[in-house]
Design a protein around this ligand. Structure first.
Ligand SMILES: Nc1ncnc2c1ncn2[C@@H]1O[C@H](COP(=O)(O)OP(=O)(O)OP(=O)(O)O)[C@@H](O)[C@H]1O
Length: 615
């Protein structure tokens, strides 16, 4: 039988009912008084250029999702489900190696005509949440950045969300992770969904919100999504291996193989559709399991003849009744969208306030780090006391003073750079997720991090300085010497944290940062002026001295220490070192280094964030 004949037979066959045939009974109770919109897409193709050539991931697929319905997309692994969701949620930006054609429409109008984030939100597969926050705080943080600065509105949205997602009982429990005991997997998923739902989007798109959950918990999540659909939202989700109970909750279903749609229509009609095609599902088999078996393809790039035949048959059948699929698109009673509508964008100040609050909560819940730093300050301070107690004024003691000043320089800078080189790699997944979502900008992220860390940096530096300064009898000719020393110490620790942040943002992960952190710090320390004085530095590396905070801290410390110190006659440590000028010049250079590092880090993060957006 030729293909044309088979298509005609299928179209005329009584046995083959269309996926939307029969009475169209989904009459969702559209309870929402908010916006009600439909989503449709036409002829979407998605091609990616790889080392092995072009890979067409989506092959001219068209479809729609109605408001008030739960549309589920299922398919074999690698069939293109996530790619489709990314395109529908406008997450993929075409570039040199990515080609997208076709149109995505809201209420029949191209999404390009709208501010899409004000209509649609996308829930990623991974639950990337801050472990040290509670469920309520995570929702509050999202609301501050997505809803507005009105505290009452934020509170009411958070309370509604906790109620709707059945999280009220665990609202004040920590989210947790492998180290911190916290919410269950299902509760975390619901918080993750809540973080997106908080802005009350008309369309919610979710990538496998039930992955990793047991059957019962997964059903709870789907039930919640169904409820959201019945409030008038348009919900599109992918689901892996649904149970039969879960399957009964699906309104519409799309089945995908190898970048094609092979079924689109009411979920409850899907079984009959495949029965009629000859893929009969017996009464003991869960229909989704049966479909997945039909759709399975071992190697997409190297299909067997039987797999090719199967796919061809499925596509012929699908094409035969594709026209009928569109009979049930909802076109009436949709909200007329205002094209000038914009999603809430918080200003830099609000973004920074929210981020600083999150950092504060995180540091409060991480007391271990505080106690580790405290013990470090006390132990190091007392060790230095023992080694250098009561420095004198002779030749040997002047050398000891230089030694302790350089050791203090290393200590302040290294402590900052070592600890901070690891913080960004740890925060990286959360930052990238938030950045992709457009929750805040890199400037707000970097500035808030810098400001939020300052009080702790000042506190620990103060502690070190107080313990060391008087015990080892550094210059106490006047109070000024002490305060200048303190200010230089704070600045040097601050720049150390800046170097650490720089190493952190160029490190792809924590393991890499443990190597990159010291690799950044070592040359700066070597060219800092103590191990080798300026005259003997190689010309090619001489510039490192100027970007090294070690240089300015040590010079500043020496100028402050030796200028008025009553050392033995004939000794001239500053002359020997070749240090002239003023302490404030060194402090200015350190501030400039910090400023340059901050700008550099903002730039690098922007690059990293934008790159991640396209992945
Ligand atoms: N940016 C990309 N570059 C190269 N290949 C890609 C890219 N995005 C997706 N692919 C490939 O396209 C195919 C479809 O990927 P996609 O993630 O959309 O499938 P999926 O149906 O969601 O799979 P799964 O169910 O396993 O998550 C896969 O083979 C994937 O490796």
């Amino acid at each position: 039988m030729d293909k044309k004949q088979r298509t005609e037979d299928l179209e005329s066959s009584d046995a083959l009912q269309g996926p939307n045939s029969g009475s169209y009974e989904i009459q969702p109770v559209l309870k929402s008084r908010g916006t009600i919109v439909s989503l449709s897409w036409e002829e979407i193709s998605y091609t990616v250029k790889t080392h092995h050539g072009s890979n067409e991931i989506l092959k001219r697929v068209s479809g729609y999702a109605n408001p008030g319905e739960l549309l589920v997309i299922m398919g074999s692994s690698g069939s293109g489900k996530t790619s489709l969701l990314s395109i529908l949620s406008n997450q993929i930006i075409p570039h040199r190696s990515v080609k997208i054609s076709g149109t995505v429409k809201v209420n029949g109008d191209d999404i390009k005509n709208y501010d899409y984030p004000s209509i649609t939100r996308y829930v990623m597969q991974q639950d990337i949440l801050q472990a040290t926050m509670t469920a309520r705080e995570a929702l509050w943080f999202a609301a501050m950045l997505k809803v507005g600065s009105d505290k009452n509105l934020v509170k009411s949205r958070v309370d509604t969300m906790l109620h709707d997602l059945k999280l009220a009982k665990v609202a004040d429990n920590l989210i947790g992770n492998e180290m911190i005991k916290g919410l269950s997997g299902g509760e975390k998923k619901r918080v993750n969904i809540g973080v997106e739902l908080i802005s009350e989007p008309s369309i919610l798109i979710l990538d496998e919100p039930t992955s990793g959950l047991d059957c019962f918990t997964a059903e709870v999540v789907i039930k919640l999504l169904k409820k959201q659909a019945h409030k008038g939202r348009t919900i599109i989700t992918t689901v892996h291996q649904p149970s039969s109970t879960m399957f009964e909750m699906f309104d519409r279903l799309i089945l995908m193989v190898n970048g094609h749609f092979v079924y689109q229509g009411l979920a409850r009609n899907s079984r009959l559709y495949f029965d009629n095609l000859g893929y009969v599902c017996d009464e003991y088999t869960n229909p989704p399991d049966h479909f997945m078996r039909i759709l399975s393809i071992v190697d997409r790039n190297n299909m067997s003849d039987s797999e090719k035949d199967k796919l061809e048959n499925l596509l012929i059948s699908y094409k035969a009744q594709e026209k009928m699929i569109y009979d049930e698109t909802i076109t009436e009673n949709l909200t007329v969208l205002n094209k000038s509508m914009r999603h809430y964008v918080p200003g830099l100040f609000i973004e920074m306030r929210a981020l600083m609050w999150r950092s504060y909560v995180n540091s409060l819940r991480n007391p271990l780090l505080f106690f580790v730093k405290l013990s470090q300050a006390l132990i190091m301070g007392f060790l230095i006391d023992i080694l250098f107690r009561d420095l004198g004024y002779g030749q040997q003691q002047v050398e000891n003073r230089k030694g302790i000043l350089y050791f203090t320089t290393i200590q302040f800078i290294m402590l900052g750079s070592n600890s901070n080189s690891m913080t960004f790699p740890l925060e990286r997944p959360l930052f990238l997720k938030d950045y992709k979502e457009g929750l805040y900008g890199t400037t707000a992220f970097v500035l808030s991090k810098t400001i939020a860390e300052l009080p702790t940096q000042i506190f620990f530096t103060f502690l070190y300085v107080v313990i060391q300064y008087f015990a080892i009898d550094l210059n106490i000719e006047s109070a000024k010497q002490f305060f200048v020393f303190l200010a230089l110490s704070i600045l040097s620790h601050w720049t150390g944290c800046g170097y650490g942040n720089f190493a952190g943002v160029i490190s792809p992960n924590v393991v890499a940062s443990t190597v990159i952190g010291p690799a950044v710090a070592a040359p700066l320390m070597m060219f800092g002026g103590f191990f080798s004085n300026s005259g003997s530095l190689s010309n090619s590396f001489y510039w490192i001295k100027y970007i090294s905070s070690y240089t300015y801290t040590f010079e500043g410390f020496c100028l402050n220490e030796f200028r008025d110190l009553p050392i033995d006659k004939g000794l001239d440590p500053l002359g020997d070192l070749g240090y002239t000028g003023e302490v404030w010049e060194r402090a200015g250079c350190m501030l400039l280094i910090e400023l340059c590092l901050t700008l550099l880090i903002i730039g690098i993060l922007k690059f990293v964030g934008e790159k991640h957006k396209n992945n």
